[in-house]
Design a protein around this ligand. Structure first.
Ligand code: NAD
Length: 470
């Protein structure tokens, strides 16, 4: 059964005023929730609130489409449909960017520079893989032929966070669809709109009905129903570690495969031989991009004691120079954080840091009384054990921590429950280190002469979960 739910956009968005949600069914009770613009706190859309029945129907539609048109389609044709979808996204870049910026409060310049091109590139890349997925012939004995076949996993539940709704959503959709899987996607309830729009474009591109289903609604209802559904074969989740833990438990019910991409407390390490201006610039960008709401944000900056005060001063100056404001203004660098709840949580951490004895050199306050804007905060004199050094704040707050030597830097860098990414902002040696989780990698390499990101010795290493769909 294919019916549709309606999403009304009531705000100033210029692209459309009436939207349809691509799903396998409409919610029986037709409940809705509001989506706000975090920069103005105004309602920009009323979105259908899905429930367990919607999930059931969406999964059934995905199963039918998996066994029907999508899996059996020639792989090359599948690739063509995905490429056509990428082309349609390209044609609607401005509209989608505007939507993402309004819904998530992301500066439009960053969305146009990063989120949308990354989503389109991801889709184009995986579209190219559709007809190149093959097994191998394994050498065993002379009288036998042993070969492996890669088959699509089946129905995939994709659960997406709000910080990069489109880009992270596409990291899940593109490889799954290219492999011949079908998908039920649940966007974060704070940012449903870009997923709904790109799903419309997917239909227009020729994706058969049921291949991609979007069910909007709360995580504890829609997400939970997907995770526990007996006919879902895989869950791919990006979000907080607490929810990730619950997903592993739920997925155990029918031994679903699981990919988890969770939180971070990543360290940028600045040695005294780094170009301090360039290193401070990179460290500021590392934490303040997307208002610090990035899993791999450099929320800790480790600085060698001999240059500590110098770097704190540079970071403070850089934080104060950042342009905060209307995300629709292309000159804006720092938009609001996503919600009132998130804003309060970040401001609570600022209080906690001060009570723990860290020195707030700048920022950490609400800006204005409309919209969830927070001035970028720099904490100096942070001790490794403090909560602001150990817990993920997920906001524009950086903890600057002093270290003596390389061994000290590695001990501190690896000494959190989190581990996702690290930058090195120095030169000379290459060091590879793993903590007990086997994730964090810190590298120091020779400083090259040119003036690009590598020139100041910065190189990001990002370890994340494997995404396998075949
Ligand atoms: P979250 O865990 O609250 O929500 C993520 C998604 O899970 C949302 O769609 C939400 O509705 C859903 N969800 C919530 N409860 C659920 C449940 N019980 N069952 C199933 N689904 C449920 O995370 P968030 O606040 O949206 O995102 C911030 C977190 O995500 C941070 O910890 C951040 O570090 C992490 N993150 C990680 C990456 C990465 O690539 N590793 C990228 C972005 C964000």
């Amino acid at each position: 059964m294919q019916t549709r739910q309606v999403v009304f956009l009531t705000g100033a968005f210029s692209g459309a005023s009436l939207w349809h949600m691509l799903t396998s069914s409409s919610s029986e009770e037709s409940r809705t929730f509001e989506s706000l613009n975090p920069a103005t706190e105004q309602v920009i859309a009323t979105v259908a609130e899905g429930n367990e029945i919607d999930v059931d129907r969406a999964v059934a539609a995905a199963r039918r489409a998996f066994e029907g048109p999508w899996r059996t389609m020639r792989a090359a044709e599948r690739g063509h449909v995905l490429l056509k979808w990428a082309e349609l996204l390209r044609r609607h870049v401005d509209e989608i960017a505007e939507l993402e910026s309004l819904d998530a409060g992301k500066p439009i310049a960053a969305v146009l520079r990063q989120d949308i091109p990354a989503a389109i590139d991801t889709l184009t890349y995986y579209a190219g893989w559709a007809d190149k997925i093959s097994g191998e012939v394994v050498s065993t004995r002379d009288d036998a032929l042993t070969y492996t076949v890669r088959e699509p996993v089946g129905v995939v539940a994709a659960i997406v966070p709000w910080n990069f709704p489109l880009m992270i959503g596409m990291w899940k959709l593109a490889p799954a669809l290219a492999c011949g899987c079908t998908v039920v996607m649940k966007p974060a309830e704070l940012t449903s709109l870009s997923a709904l729009r790109i799903a419309e474009l997917a239909l227009e591109a020729g994706l058969p009905p049921g291949v991609l289903n979007i069910v909007t609604g709360p995580g504890r209802v829609v997400g939970d129903a997907l995770v526990n559904h007996p006919d879902v074969d895989k869950v791919t989740f990006t979000g907080s570690p607490g929810v990730g833990r619950g997903i592993m438990r739920g997925a155990a019910g029918n031994f679903k495969r699981v990919s988890l991409e969770l939180g971070g407390k990543s360290a940028n390490v600045i040695f005294d031989d780094a170009d301090l201006d360039a290193a401070s610039k990179a460290a500021a960008a590392g934490i303040f991009f997307n208002a610090g709401q990035v899993c791999s944000a450099g929320s800790r900056v480790l600085v060698q004691e001999t240059v500590y005060d110098d770097v704190v001063e540079r970071l403070t100056t850089r934080a104060e120079a950042l342009r905060i404001g209307d995300p629709a203004d292309r000159a804006t660098v720092l938009g609001p954080v996503i919600s009132e709840k998130q804003m309060k949580s970040i401001l609570d951490y600022v209080d906690i840091g001060q009570k723990e004895g860290a020195l707030l050199t700048t920022g950490g306050r609400r800006v204005g009384d409309r919209g969830y804007f927070i001035s970028p905060a720099v904490f100096a004199n942070v001790k490794h054990e403090m909560r602001i050094s150990q817990e993920e704040i997920f906001g524009p707050v950086v903890s600057v921590i002093k270290f003596r030597d390389e061994a000290d830097a590695l001990r501190i860098a690896n000494g959190t429950a989190y581990s996702l990414a690290a930058d090195k902002l120095a030169h000379e040696r290459l060091v590879y280190d793993r903590n007990s989780e086997g994730i964090l990698v810190v590298i120091f390499r020779k400083r090259p002469a040119s003036n690009d990101r590598r020139a100041h010795g910065a190189e990001r290493v990002w370890r994340n979960a494997d995404q396998r769909y075949a």
